[in-house]
Write a new protein. Structure first.
Lengths: 536, 187
């Protein structure tokens, strides 16, 4: 037996094993460097394709109104990169792919037909008679930040879909791939990615972005910002005006973009724009439909120079309704703090509600009970502060805002405070108490612990090994009011009746108070200081 | 015996690979499409542009002069191959999505390039086109047992690194088979 004959087959098997090893599943996208500026969102087609099948689809697509054939296929191809679902997401009947998967600060804008091929930065898709017949299907030229040009090599047989395409090449899918290059993406090593360098005739899978593609565009443009304008619906009923519903619109100065109904010259901005459009509370814009506007998409551009200032593109046929306008109502998105102490002494409004449409608020509620208007302040459309009332139990509670018709609930958690809390009267410093009315004392702390409550006419401190008070003049003027156990609600309450209050004299009397929580070992934790001014 | 076994092993592995956004190619299809391949050093590079009445303006092309030997027969060969894209200077030109990476086509690099004569690569430009653009060009490096061809990963005709002499052997065999007339099917 010749040892060499054993070694060589072993090497061959080893090589095969390496070839069969799975590709690395981690990110494999690449970038070519640079990205399109916000002024480079337009996409047009110059139809010089030679194949009949490249432009023979006469069936309209509901969410892509006004265009068919090659134009429609290209429009769908670029739309897959959108920041959010386009319209209702339909447009790829073969794969059931929901169009609009990019999730980045980028949205392309279908702008209509171009008059010619254009230069390398005119953002036009066109055919090229031949690329030499050596295997290149299509290519993208990218000066990058200031535009691009996509060419389809017309020696191949192209098909505008939208259904199965036989053994021809898919314009929608290849557009999606090539437009990825225009956005700054290179080829991906992930075989299932739209940006993979592999493709086959009849294949339509490139119409749908893979996770790797989405990671790539987010890497280039950033994940879609929460402040990015977003369109939910368009209503052009009547054909004169169009109302755009959404969020994060500028209050005074929006641009509304329309596709162009004319065949436009190569070197011009083809987008039909209405400028200086105000919005209602940042959620609704109504403008007159320009004469040159075409059915297609609309975009809202707010002031600024980043990708997050351009909204998603949303369909309109300039005659009817697309999407569902959201219910415009107060909506809480966050509350600070997330864990609220069972007692917040005083009337200071320490709880902050953040959200949208707060100017529509008619009531703020805690567990369904409306608060006194004096206990909350609507600071702006996005912020409300409130003085949290005491609730009956620790744990989950609801803070709500309502416009009188629609109510938005937001869950909060009420917990026992980390340190003892004390409130005399309304809790504000030197709050005035009429002797004839009496007043209430609230104590809060660890459930089951005893609170020792003291008062003094002095706000000079007292300190020893057991406690450090801000009152009591070194224990020379310190009286214990009582001992109170903290119940399950973490808030104990006692009422001081008029009969228990001495005569404050004609000028009134200021009394200071503080408590400690008996929780050995010493020193014992002490509460905040309280003061009331008792008058006759 | 040993050499032929190893060559067949490589051909079998390569035939499972597909290429491109650029069309799919196996190595066999690549050789079928190409006039030939050249192994050698890039000794020159220049970019030109054309404006064409039908195909448009500002069509940029890069011409690579490669000096070496033909892969099918080993004959000395110096040839110009053309690929789309390129820059005349720092600001004039285009990046072409399907063109080889700039680093792959620097003067001085040693490469394997599959080429095919095209009467029109667009804009009326005729020349030896790089087959499948970036998919037709592979860098090589010198090793202790001779040159190795750097594979490009999944989706390329040469997906994994392999010895140049093995690729040359495969290309030569596949090239020779192009000359064999196909017998009509008797059925």
């Amino acid at each position: 037996m010749n040892p060499k004959h054993l070694v060589l087959p072993a090497l061959c098997v080893g090589g095969a094993a390496l070839l069969l090893a799975p590709a690395r599943p981690s990110m494999a996208f690449s970038k070519i460097g640079g990205l399109l500026s916000p002024s480079q969102r337009d996409v047009r087609v110059f139809d010089n394709f030679l194949d009949a099948t490249a432009d023979d689809n006469a069936t309209p697509s509901t969410q892509f109104p006004g265009w068919t054939g090659l134009d429609l296929a290209v429009w769908k191809g670029i739309t897959e990169w959108a920041s959010t679902i386009h319209g209702d997401g339909t447009g790829d009947p073969v794969n059931g792919n929901v169009l609009g998967d990019g999730g980045a600060n980028f949205d392309a804008f279908w702008s209509g037909s171009a008059a010619d091929i254009g230069g390398t930065n005119n953002n036009i898709v066109s055919g090229q008679t031949t690329c030499g017949g050596t295997g290149v299907l299509a290519y993208t030229e990218t000066p990058i930040s200031d535009g691009w040009r996509i060419r389809f090599c017309d020696e191949w047989n192209w098909d505008d879909g939208p259904g199965t395409i036989g053994s021809r090449w898919d314009i929608q899918g290849i557009t999606c791939h090539e437009y990825g290059h225009a956005l700054g993406m290179g080829h991906s090593a992930v075989g299932t990615a739209t940006m993979a360098p592999s493709g086959s005739p009849g294949q339509t899978g490139l119409r749908s972005l893979a996770t790797d593609d989405i990671n790539g565009i987010k890497c280039v443009y950033g994940a879609a910002s929460v402040i990015k304008p977003k369109i939910f619906a368009t209503d052009a009923t009547g054909g004169v005006n169009i109302t755009i519903s959404g969020q994060n619109f500028d209050l005074a100065n929006n641009e509304v973009w329309f596709a162009n109904s004319n065949v436009t010259a190569t070197g011009v901005d083809p987008i039909v724009k209405v400028t200086g459009a105000p919005s209602t509370s940042g959620v609704e814009i109504t403008v007159a439909i320009p004469a040159d506007a075409s059915p297609g998409d609309v975009i809202v551009k707010i002031p600024g120079a980043t990708g997050s200032t351009v909204s998603n593109a949303f369909p309109t046929d300039l005659a009817g309704v697309f999407g569902e306008p959201p219910i415009v109502m107060p909506d809480i998105t966050s509350i600070f703090p997330t864990l609220i102490d069972a007692l917040l002494p005083g009337t200071a409004q320490e709880v902050v509600l953040t959200g949208v449409n707060f100017l529509l608020t008619t009531d703020v509620l805690v567990d369904g009970v409306p608060l006194a208007p004096s206990s909350y302040t609507i600071l702006s459309n996005n912020s409300i502060t409130l003085d949290m009332p005491q609730v009956a139990s620790l744990g989950a509670h609801n803070i709500s805002v309502t416009d009188g018709t629609n109510t938005d609930d937001f869950g909060v958690t009420v917990g026992a405070p980390f340190l003892p809390k004390l409130q005399w009267g309304n809790g504000d410093p030197a709050n005035v108490v009429d002797k004839d009315d009496g007043f209430t004392i609230l104590m809060s702390g660890t459930v089951g612990k005893n609170h020792y409550v003291y008062y003094s006419l002095s706000n000079s401190p007292s300190s020893n090994q057991w406690v450090s008070f801000d009152i009591g003049a070194n224990f020379s003027d310190l009286t214990r009011l009582g001992v109170f156990a903290i119940p399950a609600s973490a808030v104990a309450s006692t009422f001081i009746p008029p009969s228990a209050i001495g005569d404050p004299g004609p000028g009134g009397l200021t009394v200071y108070a503080e408590s400690l929580e008996f929780d050995p070992p010493a020193p014992f934790p002490d509460s905040n200081t309280q003061s009331i001014h008792i008058v006759q | 015996m040993t050499k032929s076994f190893l060559s067949l092993c490589l051909v079998g592995a390569l035939s499972a690979v597909s290429l491109a956004q650029i069309k799919s190619f196996t190595l066999e299809e690549m050789v079928q499409t190409a006039d030939d391949a050249v192994y050698g050093q890039i000794v020159g590079s220049r970019v030109f542009s054309v404006d064409h009445s039908v195909d448009g303006k500002d069509l940029f092309f890069t011409v690579l002069t490669i000096e070496g030997r033909g892969m099918s027969d080993g004959r000395p060969l110096t040839i110009d191959v053309i690929t789309p894209g390129g820059f005349l200077d720092a600001t004039t030109g285009v990046f072409n999505s399907e063109a080889p990476a700039a680093d792959d086509i620097k003067v001085g690099k040693r490469v394997v390039a599959f080429y095919r004569w095209a009467d029109d690569m667009g804009g009326g430009v005729a020349g030896n086109a790089l087959v499948a653009a970036h998919g037709g060009l592979y860098r090589t490096v010198e090793g202790p047992r001779g040159a190795a061809v750097l594979g490009r990963g999944e989706g390329y005709a040469v997906s994994a690194n392999l010895r140049l002499d093995h690729l040359e052997s495969s290309v030569a065999q596949l090239h020779a088979m192009k000359a064999i007339p196909v017998t009509p099917d008797k059925h």
